[in-house]
Design a protein around this ligand. Structure first.
Ligand code: FES
Length: 673
């Protein structure tokens, strides 16, 4: 049977440039095998599904219609499946196989009148009638987003016993929060068991203990509710007794507590379904953009620690109230939160002195923070809700990275994989299937826009994608489809990568002279200018007469900042490869994680040498894996135990005491030839 025309022929799609044959590397048989394995992770088409080529650059926009009148737009790098694009953004799609293409439940409709025709896989032919396929029905985990798509998501039909989280990880639901509805016999003179015994005997599948706060409520609630109540248990603690049957209202919140951005996901703990997602800037920002400045603040002012703790609590609570309001959930029905953050953010949220984290030998107060009440960290949820805080590997490989390793299955996958969380402090993890090594590389603030002249965060007006055509065209994608105001991390990487590709930046990172530029790319050369003594390349000019300093531009110093950042990161992964006796070509998958890494164009990351020189299909955007790891521990006690086990399996490699560090760093500052 003939396949329908490949994606890319539909109208209304973003132009996609011709794949770079070198990077695209149409795979030989050996690579196809590894891609099959990649498919089982759920981020690429599963084995047997048609694969569409893409060049790993740019961004695609997916508009999800979830229920009548509820539209959500998300932007992801090309090559991510529709299923993962939805899951990263808290949009629930039916599934029981975890995105492996076998449960045939993740049905979505891509209206043919508004979408390009996507290829049809073997699994989809089994699932849908020819009429349904013509009507645009597809399986979300097999539909790869290589162009803008309009996706209709039907209401959930299953109440899954397992949920898909992380990078294609499927988690059997066994949350720490359990509810039991009981209808108890009234006490009488021949049955004078205590209220507590009467209750605990009725829920004998759980061993529970009750504290004074619950005992204070128990007599009244039992009698007012006619002895028909719901017991709320977290781990082994009876934290409340609620009148009537409140099963079906059991929620938790997973937090990714970042230095810059904090993300909260409200989860239905009975179905594993995300209910609402929200993010906001960390309110600690006025104390400094990075962990070192915040640690310094606590060293200079005795009151700063208390203030930073309060600000962390305010950030978390604002998000908690926001997701509850958006999800239509009473905050009192949230019984547990999970928190994944770097070691400094975790210490500050808990009010622990972070000073030893900022000075050699960089020691944490504890790798395993205790479980605390959510109220202790400023959250106004159920009064006895628990907060479970991720354990950390070290001062610079914190709970967020342990959560990321959990979400990506670094300890369970037998493939050789490299995980890079790109940020001010860049964490790098390498596994050969048996041994896992990790390190941290100080990349500096380039990716966050700090130290870049026109740098800004990934907000409206930020250039996020840059394409240069030596014949004169400069194509920019700007967040919010508004006028360009600056460059965010992915735009910076794209701009430098494109300038290297067209030859206006040489491999040492220096802009060409005007004469050399005119002969190589005459139509782009007039964008080279100078501000004072510094050479700049103008990306966006508000008016034809605008002087360079009023434009969005990339300066020579910006290029150097990016070189330092990528040099540090590349030194990190090359030394880890040495540690395990591997070559870059041995890598079967590279996962780019974090709020910067996930949005980098794989092709540009390869071209500037931020990641190893591999075909782009081996480089996968992993999304917000810290948040995904936090979700997993809320949904599964087994996964929570797995996070602790991970700490025993991972070996931390300190880079700064390596004699070869400096030479390797200098070598890797250049852009690959
Ligand atoms: S998630 Fe099971 S087939 Fe797509």
């Amino acid at each position: 049977m003939d396949l329908p025309p490949p994606a890319g022929t539909g109208s209304g799609s973003r132009p996609v440039s011709t794949p770079d044959p070198e990077l695209q590397g149409e795979p030989p048989a050996e690579l196809a095998t590894s891609l099959g394995a990649v498919g089982r992770e759920g981020l690429q088409a599963a084995p047997g599904a048609p694969r569409e080529p893409h060049d790993g650059s740019g961004r695609v926009n997916l508009s999800f219609t979830v229920a009548e009148g509820q539209d959500r737009d998300v932007r992801v790098p090309p090559g991510v499946s529709v299923f993962d694009s939805a899951s990263w953004n808290g949009i629930a799609i039916d599934s029981t196989c975890g995105g492996h293409g076998t449960c045939h439940k993740c049905k979505v409709r891509l209206d043919p009148a508004r979408n390009p025709t996507l290829p049809i896989s073997r699994h989809e032919r089994k699932t849908f009638t020819p009429g349904q396929l013509d009507d645009g029905w597809r399986l979300a985990c097999l539909a790869t987003a290589t162009q803008d798509l309009q996706v209709e998501v039907p209401p959930l039909t299953t109440r899954p016993k397992a949920a898909t989280v992380g990078v294609g990880r499927q988690v059997i639901l066994r949350p720490a929060v359990q509810k039991r509805y009981v209808e108890l016999d009234d006490p009488n003179l021949s049955d004078q068991r205590t209220d507590l015994v009467r209750l605990t005997e009725a829920i004998d599948d759980l061993e529970v203990t009750a504290d004074l706060a619950v005992l204070r409520r128990l007599p009244k609630v039992l009698r007012e509710a006619d002895f028909k109540v719901t017991a709320v248990v977290v781990d082994e603690a009876l934290i409340d007794v609620e009148p009537g049957d409140t099963r079906g209202q059991t929620y938790g919140i997973a937090f990714d507590l970042g230095t810059t951005t904090v993300v909260a996901t409200l989860l239905d703990l009975e179905t594993g379904t995300p209910v609402a997602v929200a993010s906001r800037l960390n309110r600690q920002q006025p104390f400094g953009a990075d962990v070192i400045t915040r640690i310094s603040a606590t060293m200079l002012d005795a009151a700063a620690l208390g203030r930073l703790q309060e600000l962390a609590g305010e950030t978390l609570d604002e998000l908690a109230q926001q997701v509850c309001a958006e999800g239509g959930v009473e905050p009192e029905r949230v019984y547990e939160v999970a928190l994944a953050g770097n070691a400094t953010m975790t210490a500050l949220a808990l009010g622990i002195d972070p000073e030893p984290l900022g000075v050699a030998p960089f020691v944490m107060s504890s790798a395993h923070p205790p479980t605390v009440l959510a109220d202790d960290i400023g959250l106004h949820l159920h009064a006895r809700a628990r907060a479970s805080v991720f354990p950390a590997l070290g001062a610079y490989v914190g709970g967020d990275i342990v959560a990321g390793m959990l979400a990506t299955g670094m300890d369970r996958d037998k493939r050789t994989r490299l995980f890079i969380d790109v940020g001010t402090n860049c964490e790098i993890v390498l596994s050969n299937g048996d041994t896992i090594v990790a390190t941290a590389a100080p990349a500096g603030p380039a990716f966050e826009g700090g130290a870049i002249r026109c740098g800004m965060r990934a907000a409206d007006g930020a250039v996020e994608v840059v394409r240069l055509d030596p014949d004169g065209g400069v194509e920019l994608q700007v967040i919010g489809d508004t006028e360009a105001r600056g460059l965010c991390g992915s735009g910076l990487v794209d701009a430098v990568s494109e300038l290297v590709r067209v030859g206006l930046l040489d491999h040492s990172g220096r802009f060409l002279t005007d004469e050399a530029a005119s002969s190589i790319a005459p139509k782009l050369a007039d964008r080279l200018s100078a501000i004072g003594q510094e050479r700049v390349f103008v990306l966006h000019r508000p008016t034809p007469a605008s002087p360079p300093e009023e434009c969005v531009y990339l300066s020579q110093r910006d290029v150097r900042e990016l070189q330092f950042a990528k040099g540090a990161i590349a030194t990190g992964w090359t030394l880890l490869l040495d540690e395990l006796g591997l070559e870059a070509s041995d890598l079967q998958q590279v996962l780019l994680a974090g709020s910067f890494g996930s949005y980098l164009s794989p092709a540009s990351a390869v071209r500037i040498g931020l990641v190893p020189h591999l075909p782009v299909l081996r480089i996968v955007s992993a999304g917000n894996v810290a948040g995904e790891g936090a979700k997993m521990t809320l949904l599964s006690l087994r996964e929570r135990a797995g996070a602790t086990t991970l700490l025993e399996e991972v070996q931390y490699v300190e880079l700064s005491d390596r004699p070869e560090f400096n030479d390797r760093f200098v070598e890797l500052l250049a852009f690959p030839g």
